[in-house]
Ligand binder design. Sequence first.
Ligand SMILES: O=P(O)(O)OC[C@@H](O)[C@@H](O)c1c[nH]c2ccccc12
Length: 237
Amino acid sequence: MEEGQVRNAFIQALRGTAAPLIAEIKPFSPEYGDLLRGRFPVEIARHYVAQGAACLSVTTGRWHQGSLALLQQIAEAVPAPILRKDFITRTVQLRESREAGAEAVLLSAQLLRRQDILRLAEQALNQGLTPFIEASEVTQLDGLHLPGGSVLAVCNRDIRQQEKDNGTVDHSLALYSLARGCGAELLVSASAMRDPHDAVRALSAGYDAVLIGSALLMAQSGVEQTTASFIQALTMR
Ligand SMILES: O=P(O)(O)OC[C@@H](O)[C@@H](O)c1c[nH]c2ccccc12
């Protein structure tokens, strides 16, 4: 495929569905501990896609016990576009993400200065990667102008508190207008969604997609049934 054709596969997949869910594979959470509980990440990825998740997110950092090799295995096993969820700071990490099979890369406003976010976003776009900029504070969004082709996610948690804060979807709702004004092609509400009702609230408020990890991985009823119930609620909304 030509570089131009694959560009924005991540955004297209979310635009082209009634249930715009990015389902995350995160082996370990600082808040909840082991999220795999003996299951295989590739199998979880297959279940997510089979139940209708448009895109996947794979944590590749040591903090979440992921790796780039894990992302690559998943990319080879499923057709859905994948976001590399990691604390990317250097240009070289963009190419290595692409080579592992990622379609999108996280650029965190919790970690990067604005000028570095914009520089890395342009470099990502030039390589056919979708920049997925994540912010969670007013100061990180105020006056931010993102290039076309980028995704902006409002994170409901403060990642600097190691995901141990009590974030809720209300945070995304409060920041909606500000986030919408940043010029991103697609707006995502990410993290701390507990049930389908939270996800529906984010979309009803105007968000284009939701990103969910722990709630899908922790549910007693299993990944298949839980993903199906989120997809159904989003489709019916
Ligand atoms: O498990 P949750 O609450 O649904 O959150 C998913 C995701 O947003 C979270 O894992 C995350 C947010 N920012 C990150 C940065 C790196 C790695 C992971 C993350």
